[in-house]
Write a new protein. Structure first.
Lengths: 380, 427
């Protein structure tokens, strides 16, 4: 005799230990198995895109810290690239190198979080994430040295960066960069080789390259599926074309591969920063346009208000989570006419429903962890 | 209870108790009074010890895990944070114990109470030292297995009564796990019983002492299986599936707060001490340590071994990720049980040969140890290979590094051989 059973709905989030913020999954469960999944977003909506239309171009830079609050530097960079494209400003050489150093350090820090939290989602009791935080702290110390802030850096400026790095930055950066490869060995041995992490993540949430491309995924999500695609190579910005690094791809497209790609990319980031520290020239860190408008006697800095020629521009970079794009439309006024963010976290969520259905609750958490969402970027 | 030595001979706390009971007997009165008093003394002693150990180990665990996690751990309350457990306990006592409006109130109340019982009662049969067990049952091992299963009922009661979906999922998982690992536990202990020829825990310790060996040297596989099954039983990582924090918030005790949650928290420690005690008694020679017990009180030896085993549980918690429920169940039914079947067969045959052939133990036991260790390693590796756990799909790998923009390195799950590399347009 069959027992009468019925599916029940569980809300994973918005208050839940592993939704990475205030993301909510409405799972319809049959026992442990997921038969339907519904994504609910909007709990962190701050109306940034609309607010940005009321503020001057320079005033908008802090907004970009707060979209992807785990990777503020790359957010800054994508935005200023878009505005520079619109203005036709070419930042000085040193500023370009500094931007690359900062965004690669930021990528490392952000991937540390992603990897640590993924291990947490696989059920480790906080240990990897705590170790990751130890390393992340060192990078945040470097940021603090460079711009005074650790999380919401607000470092990039239209036409350069806010200030040159202090003299003690270079030795400190060298020291950090020397330490990190040893840590990476440790993490790869402890996490990639871990039998339980393999059992939990291999073959879970498999994304074929076709689906990944159709969902217009980017970043480690796309590369985990084996597609060698990286904006740093495809559309080099700053000085990435002068640097040597590899694209890291997976072969199976599962949660483990996305995790793997992040760990491999961290090594590449170290390698890039090493090269940058070697090759970075001396010189100004602001373009002529911005220094010309600086206060007499004051430190050269970007003006609070600039008028950008009418037109539109799309600046895109490879942020830790994928292709981060800022689409700016200007009508020649002091503020952007339209300010749109192509946020990778949001677009990377697209396949989550399909990946989650048919798996179990435990797998859904692992899949969500492997996507590495930042809710601030999803909701803006 | 006979007085073995002077009451102040701390090698056996039973001396002091015996002296005290003699004093009561000398006062006159009915015969049952010393009997009841001796029981009460044992109960109070065990409770006090548990409470103190638990408070100490809350602190130790948090500090140790702090070290493992490259942080400091509690260090604010009292010197080195030593008073932190007391502060925690006070906080739990003072907090409101909220009862969910739709909870089944009697059962909701019963759950935290019931969960205490098995963890406490197990200690009745565990010998802390020579003659230092509250009730030296002749079916001690059976009693241990029977009592620890009550855990499952308590967990299910609290999960069901909470009327919370996470709690229900947690208790579902707990029941499934505990049923599967009950068998593993029983089979692991069966080997020990076959060797020692007794179910009385005191006798098993005496057996290990007599032959100057510890049971885990003879039966490594049984120890491994029992440790894993115990970790499941007490919800310790990597088997903390029924209270998986990252998945189902807190599992069966999601809805509990205040001291009711404290009960679960404490019971988890008590249960961990209980299984550590069983492991020490059955596999690690109990209160004996190759003659050391002549010089050091046996109960001290027992406790230090117990704390070492408990440390193992802390260590796994600080290190390992969590398995999925179906993987854990498969591990029980498809892996451990099969190995234990073979193990029991081999151990049974060994005992048969030993007793029938009347060989001296000094010759036979080392041979058995070597055979069983080899067998354990061979079985684990062989069975893992047979089950495909060593296939490339289950092994670690590294990312492919490439310069070729737009190439696709995806290897379909059914594909073999080299990875096809296709230009992006064809995808």
């Amino acid at each position: 005799m069959a027992m009468k059973t019925e599916p029940f709905v569980v809300n994973i989030g918005p208050q839940h230990p592993s939704t990475h913020g205030v993301f909510r999954m409405r799972l319809t469960l049959d026992g442990e198995r997921i038969i339907d999944a519904d994504m609910v977003i909007g709990y962190l909506h701050r109306s940034m895109e609309k607010l940005a239309e009321e503020r001057s171009y320079t005033q908008n830079i802090p907004f970009t810290d707060r979209t992807d609050y785990v990777a503020a530097m790359t957010g800054n960079l994508a935005y200023v690239l878009a505005v520079e494209k619109l203005c036709g400003i070419e930042p000085p050489e040193r500023a370009q190198w500094l931007r690359v150093i900062m965004s690669e350090l930021q990528r490392f820090a952000s991937h540390l979080m992603a990897v640590g939290v993924f291990a947490n989602d696989c059920g480790t009791w906080q240990t990897p994430v705590m170790h990751m935080f130890r390393e992340r702290e060192k990078i945040l110390d470097l940021f603090e040295m460079a711009c005074g802030a650790r999380l919401t850096t607000n470092y990039m400026r239209i036409g350069g960066v806010s200030r040159d790095v202090p003299p003690e930055f270079m030795p400190a950066a060298h020291k950090v960069i020397e330490e990190l490869p040893k840590r990476m060995d440790e993490y790869e041995n402890l996490l990639l080789e871990n039998e339980i992490i393999i059992a939990r993540s291999r073959g879970i949430g498999v994304l074929t390259p076709e689906v990944a491309i159709d969902c217009s995924l980017s970043g480690p999500m796309l590369r985990g599926s084996g597609v060698a695609w990286d904006i740093r190579k495809a559309d080099p910005y700053c000085v990435y074309d002068k640097l040597e690094f590899d694209i890291c791809v997976g072969t199976d497209g599962d949660a483990y591969d996305r995790f793997l790609v992040r760990l491999a990319e961290m090594r590449q980031s170290i390698h890039i920063v090493e090269q940058c520290l070697e090759m970075m020239p001396e010189g100004p860190v602001h373009s002529q346009i911005t220094t010309a408008t600086a206060q007499p006697g004051g430190a050269p800095s970007a003006p609070l208000a600039i008028r950008v020629p009418a037109g539109e521009a799309y600046g895109r970079i490879e942020s830790p989570r994928g292709e981060l794009g800022y689409y700016i439309v200007s009508d020649g006024g002091p503020a952007p006419y339209r300010f749109h963010i192509r946020s990778p976290s949001y677009i990377n969520l697209t396949p989550l429903r399909d990946l989650a259905i048919g798996t179990t609750v435990a797998d859904a958490i692992v899949i969500l962890g492997s996507i590495d969402i930042i809710v601030g970027e999803i909701d803006r | 209870m006979p007085v073995l030595a002077k009451w102040y001979d701390l090698r056996d706390l039973g001396n002091a108790v015996g002296a005290f009971l003699d004093w009561i007997r000398d006062l006159g009165g009915p015969d049952w009074i010393p009997y009841v008093v001796s029981g009460l003394i044992g109960i109070v002693a065990i409770l006090l010890w548990l409470l103190v150990s638990q408070l100490a180990f809350i602190w130790i665990e948090r500090r140790v895990i702090g070290r493992m996690q490259a942080r400091i751990g509690p260090n604010r309350v009292g010197p080195w944070g030593l008073l932190q457990p007391i502060a925690d306990a006070l906080k739990l006592l003072l907090k409101e114990a909220i009862t969910n409006r739709y909870a089944d109130k009697p059962l909701f109340w019963l759950g935290p109470v019931l969960i205490f019982i098995p963890a406490l009662v197990v200690f009745a049969v565990i010998p802390f030292g020579e003659g230092m067990s509250l009730a030296d049952l002749n079916v001690g091992v059976l009693f241990v297995i029977a009592i620890t299963s009550i855990n499952a009922i308590a967990i299910f009661i609290s999960g069901w009564a909470s009327n919370n979906k996470f709690a229900l999922l947690g208790s579902m998982r707990a029941i499934a796990m505990l049923i599967s690992y009950e068998l593993v536990q029983a089979f692991a202990l069966l080997g020990v019983v076959i060797f020692a020829g007794s179910m009385r825990l005191g006798d098993i310790v005496a057996w290990q002492s007599e032959f100057n060996t510890w049971m885990f040297l003879l039966q490594p596989l049984a120890l491994v299986a029992f440790l894993i099954a115990s970790a499941v039983e007490i919800n310790r990582s990597p088997m903390d599936i029924s209270e998986a924090e990252s998945e189902i918030v807190a599992g069966y005790h999601t809805e509990y707060s205040g001291i009711k949650f404290g009960f679960f928290y404490a019971a988890e420690y008590f249960a961990a001490f209980a299984v550590s005690g069983v492991v020490v008694t059955l596999f690690l020679g109990g209160w004996t340590a190759w003659g050391l017990e002549e010089w050091v009180p046996g109960w001290l030896i027992f406790l230090s071994k117990l704390y070492l085993v408990f440390f193992l549980f802390i260590w796994t918690r600080g290190t390992l990720p969590r398995l999925r429920i179906d993987q854990l169940m498969a591990f029980s039914w498809k892996f451990l049980l099969e190995l234990l079947f073979i193990h029991i067969l081999v151990v049974g045959a060994q005992v048969l040969i030993w007793h029938e052939g009347d060989y001296p133990a000094e010759v036979v036991l080392p041979i058995f140890a070597v055979i069983n260790w080899t067998l354990a390693v061979a079985l684990i590796v062989g069975w893992a290979t047979f089950m495909g756990h060593l296939s490339p799909e289950r092994r670690a790998k590294r990312a492919v590094l490439t310069q070729e923009l737009g190439a696709i390195y995806y290897r379909p799950a059914d594909g073999h051989g080299d990875r096809p590399t296709r230009p992006l347009e064809e995808a």
